[in-house]
Design a binder for this molecule. Structure first.
Ligand code: B1M
Length: 231
């Protein structure tokens, strides 16, 4: 998808062209260009969540299709992910802007065997933006690591992310362990990731499956409110 257009001045492009160019630059793993375009779009008055959705997430969706189809390979997708993270770093403070007191605490991490973290990071950012305190324990988390974080931080919410059909069953291992230890009711458990669905969330015993970061925020808010009302 490379345009071999090294000298392209992004500021001369109109919005539609710039969005196409971000998709190309993400695809080519050009972090600096993605950062520049993210700043340009913000400077043109685009809301941070619109830049995120239309420029970055959509660009990554296209990368995902070609990865699936064997057109892109792991090294290229790593570069694309790095470029995406560059754009997300620009948006992070804007998405997380809130003067509000913490409205709840969440520990979030990607499950054992899985190193995908872009979606998890996005959920963390949006939760912070909505006023939650977020403790991100990273990727490849064993049940022991989840338990240690829950013990240390005592959050209301545990969030788990999985992007692989081979790693998503591990969520049940974590939830079953919480049950065995009599701790399950202490936490609202939210799960998410591209291969999951609502049925899976129910089957593993989560409180809810969250389709995307926005849904995670809304679900967290409503389940915390219900829990506090019940108490
Ligand atoms: Co991987 N990968 N990957 N990968 N990768 C997928 C997931 C895949 C669908 C690609 C494909 O074939 N089309 C496929 C999985 C197939 C399957 O299991 N059915 C796949 C594969 C196969 C693999 C490897 C096995 C490839 C290999 O080595 N042969 C390998 C596995 C490594 C491992 O984890 N052990 C691998 C590696 C990688 C990279 C390292 C190269 C890189 C990850 C870099 C990183 O994350 N730092 C990578 C990437 C980037 C992808 C794709 C292209 C993009 C994922 C992404 O970031 N999406 C992905 C294809 C795809 O998903 N279309 C793919 C953008 C992100 C914003 O969306 O993560 O869905 P998402 O998050 C959303 C929601 O799902 C939800 O909210 C988020 C924001 O709206 N959500 C939550 C997510 N987590 C949540 C937690 C919550 C709530 C909501 O808790 C409360």
């Amino acid at each position: 998808m490379s345009d071999a257009n090294d000298d392209l001045d992004l500021s001369t492009l109109d919005d539609d062209e710039l969005i196409d160019q971000v998709h190309n630059d993400l695809y080519d793993g050009l972090r600096d260009e993605v950062i520049e375009a993210t700043n340009l779009l913000l400077g043109r008055g685009w809301a941070p969540d619109r830049v995120l959705g239309e420029a970055l997430v959509e660009g990554m969706r296209i990368v995902g299709i070609d990865f699936r189809d064997g057109i892109l390979f792991v090294p290229e997708v790593l570069l694309a992910a790095n470029a995406m993270k560059g754009g997300m770093e620009v948006l992070r403070p804007l998405l997380a802007e809130t003067g509000a007191e913490s409205i709840g605490k969440m520990v979030i991490g990607t499950v054992k065997g899985d190193i995908h973290d872009i979606g998890k990071n996005l959920v963390g950012m949006m939760m912070e933006g909505a006023g939650f305190e977020v403790i991100d324990i990273g990727i490849n988390n064993s049940v022991e690591k989840y338990l240690a974080a829950l013990e240390e931080h005592k959050p209301e919410i545990l969030g788990m992310s999985a992007l692989l059909t081979t790693t998503m069953p591990y969520m049940k291992v974590v939830i079953d362990t919480l049950k065995e230890k009599g701790m399950r009711e202490n936490f609202i458990v939210l799960v998410g990731g591209a291969p999951l669905n609502e049925e899976f969330g129910k089957a593993v015993g989560a409180d809810a499956y969250c389709r995307d970061a926005g849904t995670a925020v809304e679900t967290a808010k409503s389940l915390i409110a219900a829990r506090r009302a019940a108490a």
